[in-house]
Write a protein that binds this ligand. Structure first.
Ligand SMILES: [Zn+2]
Ligand SMILES: [Zn+2]
Length: 299
């Protein structure tokens, strides 16, 4: 397996004198993407690419570290996803990928657990039985309201949806069973009348409560760019929330494309890095066996 680095990139561009190569490099080298921790393979019900295909895409895009975070959805309405999680088979694929890409790509083993405060038993059992590197905790259901359900989103005011959503996330982060808070702001991405009206300052007390819980429990925020593939064009969480987090003493963030196909691996994460920097954050957080480590963002 060949790793693309600045030298092989230059080779691929043809032969140039060293000074012209250097000037070309400074102009054309993209922002380095240190990691992508939010990815779904075909082991998630809505994933379209194999673990191997997504690893190949990461190597091609020179992302040194990725993590798979398949859905563990347990809401009773989620009739398709509820039994989709197959840990033994998945772990075998992860081990295969680690072996195949050793020296070229770090492959982390994650999980995206939905509503872990409501369905803790299976999350706890999996975390005990398998050596996960991290667990992302996400809210996809607010009570019985699916946060992607157009009917619920259209028939309810943004204030009601967001007040209820942030309250539920606050509950979820009180005694968290996870390491990373997934895509905070999710409803904003999913309906025009919400994203057009959204100002996090209206929910500041609630959101700061969530951030306080994150700090108390050492949770990282998933800076998630799935919204950049949608008309909403929002990075989650909102830049103001990232700034509050930093000012409250927060340091831990991860980057997530929320890729569900190989072409989405690492996509738009340069903008996530910019958002992190703009908030005054200086690190990304790597997780290994559920231990966090801060890694400085490269200049
Ligand atoms: Zn999610
Ligand atoms: Zn996801």
């Amino acid at each position: 397996m060949r790793r693309w680095n600045s030298e092989t990139l230059l080779e691929a561009q043809g032969k140039f004198s060293v000074p012209s190569l250097l000037s070309r490099l400074t102009i054309t080298m993209p922002q380095p993407i240190p990691l992508d921790y939010h990815m779904h393979s075909t082991f998630s019900e809505d994933g379209h690419a194999s673990i191997r295909e997504m690893c190949l895409a990461a190597v091609e895009r020179q992302i040194p570290e990725i993590g798979f975070s398949e859905h563990l959805d347990q809401h009773p309405n989620d009739v398709v996803s509820i039994n989709f999680y197959r840990p033994d088979e998945w772990w075998q694929e992860i081990r295969n990928a680690r072996e195949e890409f050793a020296g070229h790509l770090i492959v982390r083993a994650g999980m995206e657990a939905g509503e872990s405060h409501r369905y803790p038993v299976k999350v706890q059992a999996l975390a005990r039985d398998y050596p996960y590197d991290y667990i992302i905790g996400s809210l996809h259901y607010d009570g019985d309201h699916f946060l992607f359900d157009p009917e619920y989103l259209q028939q309810t005011s943004p204030e009601e949806i967001l007040h209820s959503y942030f309250s539920e996330v606050e509950q979820m982060t009180r005694q968290p069973l996870f390491d990373i808070l997934g895509h905070l702001d999710l409803p904003v991405r999913n309906a025009r009348h919400i994203w057009e009206a959204y100002d996090p300052a209206h929910y500041e007390d609630l959101i700061r409560g969530i951030l306080r819980n994150c700090l108390d429990h050492g949770l990282a925020l998933d800076v998630n760019v799935a919204g950049l593939r949608k008309p909403s064009q929002n990075i989650m969480p909102h830049p103001a929330i990232l700034r509050w987090f930093r000012k409250m003493g927060g340091e831990r963030v991860t980057l997530g494309s929320d890729a569900h196909s190989a072409d989405q691996v690492g996509a738009h994460l340069d903008r996530a890095v910019n958002a992190v920097r703009a908030a005054g954050l200086k690190f990304v957080t790597c997780f290994e066996r559920r231990q966090a480590r801060l890694v400085p963002l490269e200049d």
